[in-house]
Structures are given as C-alpha cells and as structure tokens.
Write a protein that binds this ligand. Structure first.
Ligand code: GLV
Length: 313
C-alpha cells in the first residue's frame, strides 16, 4: 500500500511536538492545510474542527490523541473509517498514580490535615484501615483495570462496574443497569473512569451519589472523577457535598473546561481540583505507537485498539 500522509487536526493546544515526532516517518500536514489532499490517509486528532475529516477524500484511519474519543464524535460528520484510540502503558501508569494518590489522600484525611495546619491544630481523628474501605471503579477499560491493579495491593476492597460484565481477578464486578445500585451501595470511594457517550452523559448525578455507601464513622462517601466532565453534574456534586451525601471530592474534569473562575467548586473546602491533568497524553510515547500502527496497517495487518462506533468508545 502506498505511504499515506498524515493530517494533524488539533484544537486547544499547539501540536508542534506532535508534528515533529510524526514527521520522523511521515509527511505531516497541519490543519487548516490539508483538506481535499488525496495523499492524506491518516488523521491524528484532538477536538478537530467540524467537517475537516469529511473533506479528506482518501482518509483511511483516524487516530485519537487521548484515551477518550468523545472529542471526535462531537463532530457528527466524522466519516465511517476505523478510529484508533490510544492505549499506552505510560497513560495507564499516570492514571493509576492519580487515582491511588487521590484515594490515599481522602482515606488518610489529607483534606482535614491541610485545613488544620494553618490553624496549628493538633488533632487526630479515628483512622480506618484500607481493608475497611471499598473503592468502586466505574469503567473497567484499560485505565480502570490499571487503577484496580494498583489499589488491590494496598489492601482496599475493589469493586468495578461496567456496561457489560468484565471479570477481573480480586475485584467484585457488577454490570449494566441491574448492577449499578448494588455496586454503589457497596462503594465508599467512587472512582469514575467511564467513557463519555450518550448513555453515560450526566450519569454522576445527585440520585447516583445518594446510593453510595455512607457508613458510620466515615463521614460520607467520596467522589473521584478522572474520566470526563460531562459524565457529572457539577451542581449535583455541590448539593451532595453541602448536604453530607458526599464527604469530599477530587475532580480532574468538569462540565465546562477550563473550569470557569465563577464556579464554586474552585473554593469549596471539600473539593480538590486539578486541571484535566490526571493522565495527559505524552507525544513522545504516543506518536511512535501511532507510527507503528500506520506502518502495520500498510503491511495489511489489523489495527489495534479500535473504537466501537455503536458503543461510542
Ligand atoms: C484525556 O482526557 C484523554 O482522553 O486521554
């Protein structure tokens, strides 16, 4: 097969580094150049502008810069070619680090101690052990599974929920609508790593948070969202924090990003905010993976980590 060129179509950040790395092996065209160029066979995209991909006459494969692909489907004109999502050890490692960090910080009362320090308060609240705490992971894809594997050796009970059952050693798994309430009822710390699809949008709402386990002594459940902001209702999280349904939350993603300066989440004493930084795509790891896939595709080998269009992830 003829060696295709690559269109880089990115909004929200400067793609220079991607351009340099992909240029090691391929001719790379950066949007707005490119559309209608018949020698472009691949598009490497992050939040591409609408209609760009549909204007490429010989597009063969779309590569997502990012584990989530909702940013691609935001454009309803995306042509029906295979879409490859990023799966990389380095991305899974970063996500597992973030989730372990936030779980441990909530578990070991980091929020409380940080509030006490400026007041020079010497107070030690009761501390449960990890064995008494169950962490429930919503979404058992590559990232969710990496987080489960990192949490288990620390002693936490780990539950997992996914659309279809995905058994995992050491993890109690629940699936589909029927499994959701039992999963939530057995979860103290909820970690959200779902893909954003029409079925999951707004799923982290007040009704769902209300189902989390709130046992005596823990002071409420904890929410950690490192998936996508539009999975959650920011206002419902605030309501749950303010009425004690939730004890604390760590949020890496928000309905609107960057999180508007007017959002009460910024200064809420029970919220830990990070700027969509849990697991950022690192071009020096990811560009070579994409280049390898392009070369394999041209040798007639199957593409890896394809998106299921019907499921939306
Ligand atoms: C980042 O949010 C990603 O999808 O990898």
């Amino acid at each position: 097969m003829e060696r295709g060129r690559v269109l880089l179509s990115v909004t929200g950040f400067h793609p220079q580094r991607w351009h340099d790395l992909l240029s090691a092996e391929r001719e790379v065209v950066t949007e707005p150049d490119g559309p209608a160029d018949p020698s472009i066979h691949y598009a490497v995209v992050w939040k591409q502008r609408p209609n760009v991909l549909s204007s490429l006459p010989n597009l063969r494969v779309i590569f997502s810069i990012g584990a989530g692909v909702d940013h691609i489907f935001a454009d309803p004109t995306v042509p029906d070619v295979p879409i490859v999502k990023i799966v990389a050890d380095n991305l899974s490692q970063h996500m597992a680090e973030y989730v372990v960090w936030r779980v441990l910080d909530h578990h070991r009362q980091g929020m409380l101690y940080r509030a006490q320090q400026p007041k020079k308060t010497w107070h030690e609240p009761p501390q449960r052990s990890a064995q008494d705490i169950s962490v429930g992971i919503m979404g058992l894809g590559t990232l969710g599974r990496a987080c489960a594997s990192a949490l288990l050796p620390l002693g936490f009970t780990v539950n997992g929920w996914s659309r279809t059952d995905r058994p995992l050693p050491g993890v109690s798994t629940f699936a589909g609508e029927a499994g959701l309430i039992p999963f939530l009822n057995a979860t103290d710390i909820l970690v959200v790593l779902l893909p954003l699809t029409s079925a999951t949008q707004g799923i982290v709402n007040y009704g769902l948070l209300k189902q989390l386990r709130r046992r005596n002594g823990l002071g409420g459940a904890v929410l950690i969202n490192a998936g996508r902001g539009r999975l959650q209702k920011d206002a419902d999280i605030l309501r749950a924090l303010d009425d004690g349904t939730l004890k604390e939350a760590s949020l890496d993603v928000f309905e609107v990003e960057p999180l508007p300066k007017t959002s009460p989440l910024w200064s809420h004493p029970k919220v830990f905010v990070t700027p969509h930084a849990a697991a950022t795509s690192d071009p020096s790891h990811l560009a070579p993976i994409m280049l390898r896939q392009m070369a394999a595709f041209e040798r007639g080998e199957p593409l890896q980590n394809l998106v299921n269009r019907e499921a939306g992830y």
